[in-house]
Design a protein around this ligand. Structure first.
Ligand SMILES: CCCCCC/C=C/CC(=O)SCCNC(=O)CCNC(=O)[C@H](O)C(C)(C)COP(=O)(O)OP(=O)(O)OC[C@H]1O[C@@H](n2cnc3c(N)ncnc32)[C@H](O)[C@@H]1OP(=O)(O)O
Length: 720
């Protein structure tokens, strides 16, 4: 709702009231329209202030209402009525003014912001554009280049930047509504024509306007990789720059109509709520986020200052934690100190703050962690080494200190068993570079206490990560699913594809790089080491029927064969592609590799066939999705939202496709099932293609929407 009152004798005060962010749902809009009418009709009222309750102006349109049929007064005429009003309207912005919230403020004649407020038009992140006049008013107010920046990126600006850009008229450190009321009294009776942004022309740009838009559009299309909203945002701002306001608004409406009902908008809005849903974690044993209080964490230690340890230490210091970093090799320690300081300084420069160098301390002695509340061990992926460190930590640390391991695949429970308090051990799987990547898998073992899990989840949140609680199994969620995808990519090469064909299908889908380019970038030796440890990459079995079978199932030794030839990817100058020189970055197709594949197929009696991009996508993505269903069935992830956040924030899954499980729901579960059945019939020696029973049961129960899977899975489990 919106509440109306008259204060200071002559100021009408409209307060938006809709917890938690005063979103502009139907009831709030009705409240604003009614209040406005009262204020405009009351002769005692000479000016109006619009504010929000609880220190928050407005978080924009109510995203939860987007799927519903529209009710209540529409937003655009409401904002027009505010702007057309014959009494000065002042927006009092506290907390945030985002999306429709900022558009409402732009409809007002003046804007006063608290110094801690943030403003922005983040619609693009929801697959939309600012379609309540934002794409037309903002460029008119602050100019085309600045408006393009804000609208295309959706970034939030501080009140200080908003003042500098000219979005707000005044910034206050004091009580915002009081300041706005004082301001409203001071402008009462002033002429308003010059304050109505819709009447402005965009300020002229230096240089050629067409050239500017062409350049921006080129950049946006390249960066968007198939996302349609950023492109529509540029088109809408172009309309503002080239058309009268009314025609610009028409263009804004047309563009929004296409976006509003698009699959991309649905996916991005699903992802918005999924990110929030994963913080409400639960485990199969009944532990829950709302019943488990985290332990206070004041000081943290990182063990091992290789690439991962350095990134983790930087992320912790940036989040404000004092960090003790332990590295036993003196040379590595000296290098790491310099590298960490540089990373902190670069990050601080980018964010315009002081580098938190004082948060860091270093030692070569593990005794230095004796007083910390939480340790993150980040040494090499070597179970023997990690076990030794956990034994030492258990002896050195405070008895109630949380012991976390940064591992991408090792058994967290085995490490827990090395300690006095296995309930205080959890996995924290960071993604490289750890100070940049948003994802954190928090791995609970069978003995991890709910409090330990809650503490690690909260630490991840404070580090700015999307933290997802997952159960302990080989590869956890992300890497377990990836295995099925990678395997299909190898098999497709055996059957006739090239790395270029597979990669271009995946890039066309929206991944920034196809699997083979990623593999060259991260180094083929990484996977080779794991396969050797798992007993898969065997020396000396390069011919005969057993060459392509391991542990009773189809296996492709192609990656191992490249590694045996020293082709580790970019670092050696060749892998699945060639790079000209060791360390080269530009992948070019490699005729040697093509001949090698031909010889390999001939040697193994494989008859190459034409493989189309659709098969690449179906084989790679549906195998991965199938493993996702197994993970849900096993209770390793609590819901599809958890898997989708892991893939969007850790594995480069195109955000506008929501994540693998959302994608499966969009494709249609019956279709995914039918294609998996088809491929499994063709490849009965590939168990990853055998449709998982949960997928079958969801299809049999009518393929509920992805938002209902959690419930459906619970029900299906209880029927077993
Ligand atoms: C042709 C048709 C024309 C129609 C025109 C339609 C115009 C649309 C323009 C828009 O306004 S689109 C929306 C633009 N706004 C946003 O994108 C803001 C989204 N929200 C945020 O970024 C953050 O929530 C926040 C506002 C910065 C607050 O962050 P904080 O960390 O403090 O809290 P959260 O945990 O994120 O949120 C709390 C709670 O509130 C829910 N929520 C937030 N924003 C909205 C919203 N705009 N609508 C509905 N609900 C919202 C959020 O989901 C959380 O609830 P949950 O239950 O935990 O999920």
């Amino acid at each position: 709702m919106a509440q109306y009152s008259r204060i200071s004798g002559s100021v009408g005060l409209i307060t938006l009231k809709s917890l938690p962010v005063n979103a502009l749902g139907a009831v709030v809009r009705q409240g604003i329209v009614d209040s406005l009418k009262t204020a405009l009709q009351d002769p005692k009222v000479t000016s109006v202030v619009i504010c929000g309750q609880n220190g928050v102006f407005c978080g924009g349109a109510d995203i939860k209402e987007f799927g519903d049929s529209e009710s209540g007064p529409p937003l655009i005429p409401m904002i027009h009525a505010i702007e057309a009003g014959n009494k000065p309207m002042v927006a009092a912005i506290e907390g945030f003014a985002l999306g429709g919230g900022l558009e409402l403020a732009l409809g007002c004649h003046y804007r006063i912001a608290h110094s801690k407020a943030r403003l922005g038009l983040p619609e693009v992140t929801l697959g939309l554009l600012p379609a309540a006049g934002g794409s037309q008013r903002l460029p008119r107010l602050i100019g085309v280049p600045a408006a393009l920046d804000l609208i295309i990126t959706g970034r939030h600006v501080t009140a200080a930047e908003a003042l500098q850009l000219g979005i707000v008229d005044q910034v206050t450190d004091h009580h915002t509504v009081d300041a706005a009321v004082k301001f409203a009294l001071s402008v009462a009776g002033r002429p308003l024509d010059a304050r109505r942004i819709s009447s402005y022309s965009c300020p002229p740009v230096s240089g050629d306007l067409d050239a500017l838009f062409e350049e921006v559009m080129r950049k946006v299309r390249r960066g968007a990789r198939g996302a349609i909203a950023p492109v529509a945002c540029v088109q809408a701002v172009r309309a503002a720059a080239t058309l009268p306001y009314a025609r610009g608004m028409e263009r804004e409406r047309e563009l929004m109509a296409t976006l509003f009902t698009s699959g991309q908008a649905r996916a991005l809005q699903y992802s918005f709520f999924a990110q929030r849903a994963v913080s409400r974690w639960s485990t199969p044993s009944g532990a829950r986020w709302d019943a488990s209080a985290p332990k206070p964490v004041r000081k943290v230690a990182v063990i091992g200052l290789g690439t991962m340890g350095r990134g983790i230490a930087v992320a912790l210091a940036q989040a404000g934690f004092p960090v003790v970093s332990v590295e036993t090799q003196e040379k590595q320690l000296t290098e790491a100190k310099r590298a960490v300081s540089q990373m902190l300084e670069r990050g601080a420069k980018r964010r315009g703050v002081a580098a938190p160098l004082d948060k860091m301390s270093y030692s070569s002695n593990i005794q230095a962690v004796a007083d910390v509340d939480l340790v993150i061990e980040a040494v090499f992926e070597d179970m023997g080494l990690k076990k030794k460190i956990f034994q030492q930590l258990s002896a050195v640390c405070k008895p109630d200190a949380l012991l976390c391991t940064n591992t991408s695949s090792l058994d967290v429970d085995q490490l827990a068993s090395q300690t006095r308090n296995p309930e205080l051990v959890v996995g924290m799987h960071f993604f490289a570079p750890a100070h940049v990547m948003k994802l954190l898998e928090v791995v609970y073992g069978p003995r991890s206490s709910p409090q330990a899990l809650a503490t690690a989840m909260q630490l991840g949140k404070k580090m700015g990560k999307v933290s997802v609680a997952v159960g302990n199994c080989p590869g956890f969620v992300g890497n377990r699913m990836l295995k099925a995808y990678v395997e299909q990519a190898f098999f497709l090469l055996e059957e006739g594809a090239t790395p270029e064909l597979v990669d271009s299908a995946l890039e066309e889908f929206g991944f920034s790089m196809g699997f083979f380019k990623v593999s060259d970038l991260s180094g083929l030796d990484v996977g080779w080491k794991v396969r050797k440890e798992d007993g898969l990459a065997l020396p000396g079995v390069s011919t005969g029927p057993s060459a392509r079978i391991r542990q009773g199932r189809r296996y492709s030794p192609l990656g191992d064969l490249l590694c045996q030839r020293g082709r580790f990817g970019q670092k050696t100058g060749s892998g699945w592609y060639q790079y000209g020189k060791p360390g080269g970055r530009v992948a070019t197709p490699d005729p040697w590799l093509h001949s090698f594949l031909e010889e390999y197929r001939a040697q193994h009696g494989l008859v190459p066939r034409r493989i189309d991009p659709q098969e690449v996508l179906e084989r790679c993505l549906y195998a991965l999705i199938n493993e996702g269903f197994r993970i849900l069935e096993d209770g390793i992830a609590a819901g599809p939202e958890d898997i989708d956040c892991i893939y969007v924030f850790g594995y480069g899954w195109p955000h506008y496709r929501g994540g693998p499980m959302f994608y499966a729901a969009m494709v249609g579960l019956p279709k995914v099932l039918e294609r998996l059945e088809h491929y499994y019939r063709a490849h009965p020696d590939v168990p990853d293609l055998q449709p998982c029973s949960l997928l079958r049961r969801l299809v049999a129960s009518g393929s509920p929407p992805v938002q209902k899977w959690k419930e459906a899975i619970k029900k299906l489990h209880s029927q077993l």
